[in-house]
Design a protein around this ligand. Structure first.
Ligand code: SAM
Length: 215
């Protein structure tokens, strides 16, 4: 008999997200609904709802549930946004963004991860996601500007093309720091100026690309 993990999902929301201050009902609802265990290999499915990141192959990870919720809440999505995600990984965060946005554009540099994520998200019925295997530090100019941008890998500095592709009043969340630890930086565009806010420490795999770290 297959395990549906709905109790584990409910506990994740109640014990990991709400007590740490996640309040956005749309974020809590999406995280209570999306089958996170399907985004990691079957042997690790039992760890899917635990309070830590889990390996997804290619030396990459699916982020800890709380970090996914926090970064999503910071984007203040209402449902009508054009959202850009850099670092598709397993596609779990992409699914959350697709629940809360009108359209999601997601870029991943490792093709095998992108192919797996695209297959699963299509099986789960998502039809508002566009995928690209590329260096996401360059953004996706063709569909810019974006109301919201999320970078799910650690950058050495704010990637210039992503700031250029942010719409007026658009929000971007990016981990910025050295290769081993970063700070979550929120950027808001107000006309020609960019406001920045530091939302605290985090630890991500490296953002590798022209406006990221060298390979
Ligand atoms: N959000 C993902 C999830 O829910 O599974 C986890 C993302 S993982 C922490 C970071 C991802 O960023 C990795 O899959 C990595 O290959 C990707 N990445 C790193 N540099 C990138 C770049 N320049 N462009 C696109 N993807 C990149």
């Amino acid at each position: 008999m297959s395990h549906d993990f709905s109790l584990a999902r409910e506990r994740m929301v109640k014990n990991q997200l709400i007590p740490r201050g996640i309040k956005d009902e749309m974020v809590l609802e999406a995280m209570g609904k999306i089958p996170r265990h399907l985004f990691i290999e079957e042997a690790l499915a039992g760890e899917a709802y635990n309070d830590h990141p889990v390996p997804i192959g290619e030396k990459q990870t699916i982020s800890q549930p709380y970090i996914v919720a926090l970064m999503t809440e910071i984007l203040e999505l209402k449902g009508d946004e054009n959202t850009l995600e850099i670092g598709t990984g397993s596609g779990y965060q992409t699914a959350i963004l697709a629940e809360l946005s009108s359209r999601v554009y997601t870029i991943e540099r490792i093709k095998s991860l992108l192919v797996n994520a695209r297959k699963l998200l299509s099986e789960l019925g998502y039809s508002n996601i566009l995928f690209k295997a590329f260096d996401g530090t360059l953004g996706w100019n063709e569909y810019a500007p974006f109301d919201a941008i999320m970078v799910t890998a650690g950058a050495p500095s704010l990637p210039e093309p992503l700031m250029d592709q942010l719409a007026d009043n658009g929000r971007m969340i990016v981990p910025v720091g050295d290769r081993y630890s970063q700070e979550l930086i929120k950027v808001i565009r107000k006309g020609n100026s960019l406001e920045q806010e530091n939302l605290g420490g985090c630890r991500f795999v490296n953002l590798i690309g022209v406006h990221g770290w060298p390979d």
